[in-house]
Design a protein around this ligand. Sequence first.
Ligand code: HEM
Length: 448
Amino acid sequence: MTDADASDADTDAPADDSAADALSRREALKAAVAVGGATGLAACVDRLDGAEPVPAGDGPDAHPERQFAWNDFVRTDDAGNWQYPSHQTLLYLTFPREGPPADADREAVAGALDALDRAYAWSHEGLLHSAAYSPRYFERFGDPLAVPDDVSLPEPTPLADYETPEFDTQDVLVHLASDRPDALLAAERALTGDADEANGVSFPSALTDALEVDARRTGFVGAGIPRQKADGIEGIPADNPVPKASPLFMGFMAGFRQNQATEDDVTIGEGPFAEGTTKSVGNWRQRLSDWYGEQDHEQQVMEMFSPGHAVNDLVEGVGENLGDDSGIDRFTDEVVPNAKEYGRVGHAQKAARANRDGDGNPLLLRRHFESADEGIASLHFPSLQRSIDQFEGVRRAMNGVDATEATPAVRQRVNNGILEYIFVRHRGYFLVPPRSLRALPTPDGAAG
Ligand code: HEM
């Protein structure tokens, strides 16, 4: 697939025959990511005649120590907002024995991940990836995790009275992201032992020499892609109202640069896991018939951003006109007055209240992407922050309890941001160690 193909990825009508070929090749690749495994890859490789080579990597020592150092290696839009890779896969893996892993397990994992860094350039055109570890994994060792006092990594928990997520307590989460579906699939195939090479690099071992894949979840993000994927999936009205320009199913951009923590902000500063971070990953089912059927654009803006955004007409279309800042800080003190005056409050407005440090900078670095796995519209919500309690604080602020107490018009899940339309299915918490400790680390950081 060439850059030119990629850039027209979201148009519906190919201009000529070669564009038509490119489009069908691209569709085949996207379908292959969703299918995955050997069948998906075979379908994908068959379609790759004439595709651009995928850039090779420089090896683990040359790639950033922060496994989550993605921002300098992805595309940005005209306003400088980071645009994360179009295709992403989450592999949840378990260690199949009681107790801690052995050195041989660690070597197998290190061999596979190091080979990945040789195979693919650290960029959206190659492959961005990270390996992260759950609290349950570290418990295997019986020793405390050597992180500073202000870093928490608890077991996941419900964050609203009505939430019933299934908790992801698998040992390891490997996150793969690329604009190239063929690279994503070939990498996964080598990591899971279906191939012994990827992008011309031989893999001495696979993750599955030590671990078992428990769950595989896929997704996508970027203007136009959700609309293309929305046809016929559960949660999206049959007439597919998802705007062409929208990077997400709900019809708005998210992740404005000024409303995101920087990578520096979320980095653990001291101890053996310095240059690491914590990662919360939720999966949220979306039911958007009322979102699109009963709400006009102004009402959507009220519930997604704030009533102030709606009455001041601040959001055009998907919100590109906002530039690199949603402008939410003007409205974070207005939650209760807005509830009383408009009978509605905004999602961003509520969440942002808890998403600032003492200097007013955001705490969370959100990297959401959509999914059509199992034919259901859902959002994968990975969020990086220095400490998991920061994520929990923000999620609880989304409950808008003060707004529900201020007026009967705002209820737990009605007129209360976007809570009426999204339902958490999975939640897991992980530590993302520095690259040099990413292979089955011990909690004291002595090995990994
Ligand atoms: C389908 C689900 C979701 C969609 C479509 C969505 C979309 C958005 C949009 C459009 C904004 C405003 C623009 C921006 O600053 O990015 C926003 C803000 C925000 N969202 Fe979500 N969101 C979803 C779920 C969540 C969840 C589960 C959390 C969990 C904590 C969350 C946390 C935040 C935060 C913290 C902000 C405010 C950013 C700030 O501090 O200024 N969102 N979201």
